[in-house]
Design a protein around this ligand. Sequence first.
Ligand SMILES: [Zn+2]
Length: 248
Amino acid sequence: MATQLVYMEDFDVLTCTATVVMVGKTDDGRVDVQLDRTCFYPRGGGQDWDEGTIAKTDKTVVLTVSEVRLDEYGAVHHVGSHEVGELLVGDVTLCTVNADRRSINTRLHSAGHVIDMAIDQLGLDWVPGKGGHYPYMSFVEYATEVEPSAADDWRGKIEATANQIIRAGSSNVIRFMPIEDMHTVCRHVPDNIPKNKPARVVMYGEYFGIPCGGTHVRDVHDIGHVTVTKLKSKQGVTKVSYAVVGIN
Ligand SMILES: [Zn+2]
């Protein structure tokens, strides 16, 4: 059964009540809980999963959540271990997401969008591909080839433009729309948009919309300072690696 994804409509919700609909075990013996709704972000789109707790509202049961995954049917699996008692189907619970970890993942993910916005503002028609927004590895890839002699120049320009965009500030709106309509507001619509969650576009200020299911800072100003650490081309793919000062 698909889980209602509370974070899709509001990035700031870090607690919610939910009812347990399934309790199982993972192959490696950890507890796997499904709820009717969740504010936990499951790993996806290059953004890491949330951690936190799911506690029965009378506090007689506490599950520590250490991994969150979305399956092909749209069900979110909260994987972890019981600290107190055991959750049962029908239990009414309070979900609490670790706010610091979420904030780090949100800022890193949003910084990836700002790199995109910077590339667009520089007039580069680089088609975005994969991205990873993890504290140990943050990057965005583009289907383009940059001459090695020009790489450092572009690296510096992208970094400077990204930080200008951050300093200028810009808030976002989210729009749910069918994938086939996304081209009306997005410059690039990837072929591999996941079908197991609501299709959504995130729009910052006057920039193009971005099809994305991740969580985002309310204003790009909240990201902090970005450094573009590396820009490297290989076989038609240019990887732009970045970091956010104070995080990675
Ligand atoms: Zn996003």
